[in-house]
Design a protein around this ligand. Structure first.
Ligand code: ZN
Length: 189
C-alpha cells in the first residue's frame, strides 16, 4: 500500500485500506479502500491510525495587483520603505494569513519630488497603499487617500495629530512630516 507520509497524490488515488487507516481530511473510504480527495501530500498518524491529505494546489493568490492594503512600516532606507502587510481592504475572504513583506520605492511615494524618504515615512507608521507589482511586492502611495493613516512621534511614541499638512505631537509638541493619507486619523480604512 502507498502509505508513506510525504508522498504527493492526485484525487481518486488509492492511498490505503480501512484495515490500516481511518480516513481524515482530504481522504475518503469506498468499499474498504481509502482514496485521496484532493491533490496533496499524504500524512499518516500511527497513534490514531489516521490518514489525511493536505492540499497543495489551487491556493488562490493572496494579493492581486490593484489591491489596497494596510500595513506597518518596519524600516526606512535611502530609496525604499519596507512595510509588513497586515490586511487587504474590502476583501474579507482574502485576508492575509501571516504577515507579508513589501516595499515602497522612493519613486512611488507621491506625485512630487521626494527629497528624503525619512520625511515621508517612519518605522511603526500605519500605511494604506496599493499593490503595483507582485513579483517584487512593490506598493505605491501616489494618491490622495493613500499614505500614512496613523503615525507615532519619533521622540515620545505618542500618536501624532494632523495639523494642516504636518503632524504634531500633542505631548512633546514635536512637528513631523509624512506622506499623509487624506484619511489620516479618521480610523477608517
Ligand atoms: Zn512627542
Amino acid at each position: 500500500m502507498p502509505e508513506e507520509t510525504g508522498k504527493i497524490v492526485l484525487p481518486g488515488e488509492l492511498i490505503g485500506t480501512s484495515e490500516e487507516f481511518v480516513p481524515r481530511n482530504g481522504a475518503y473510504e469506498d468499499k474498504g479502500n481509502i482514496y485521496s480527495a484532493v491533490t496533496g501530500i499524504i500524512k499518516t498518524n500511527p497513534k490514531d491510525r489516521s490518514i489525511s491529505v493536505s492540499p497543495v494546489t489551487n491556493t488562490p493568490p493572496r494579493l492581486q495587483i490593484g489591491d489596497i492594503v494596510i500595513g506597518q512600516i518596519t524600516d526606512v532606507k535611502d530609496s525604499v520603505a519596507l512595510i509588513e502587510i497586515a490586511g487587504i481592504k474590502g476583501k474579507g475572504e482574502r485576508e492575509i494569513v501571516g504577515a507579508e513583506d513589501a516595499a515602497i520605492h522612493v519613486s512611488n511615494v507621491k506625485d512630487a519630488y521626494v527629497r528624503e524618504l525619512s520625511l515621508e515615512f517612519a518605522p511603526f507608521d500605519i500605511v494604506k497603499a496599493r499593490v503595483l507589482d507582485l513579483r517584487n511586492m512593490r506598493l505605491t502611495t501616489v494618491n490622495k487617500e493613500l499614505g500614512v493613516m496613523k503615525a507615532y512621534c519619533t521622540n515620545c511614541r505618542t500618536v501624532l495629530k494632523k495639523d494642516n499638512d504636518k503632524l504634531k505631537c500633542p505631548k512633546c509638541k514635536r512637528i513631523e512630516a509624512r506622506k499623509l493619507s487624506s484619511d489620516y486619523g479618521k480610523g477608517v480604512i
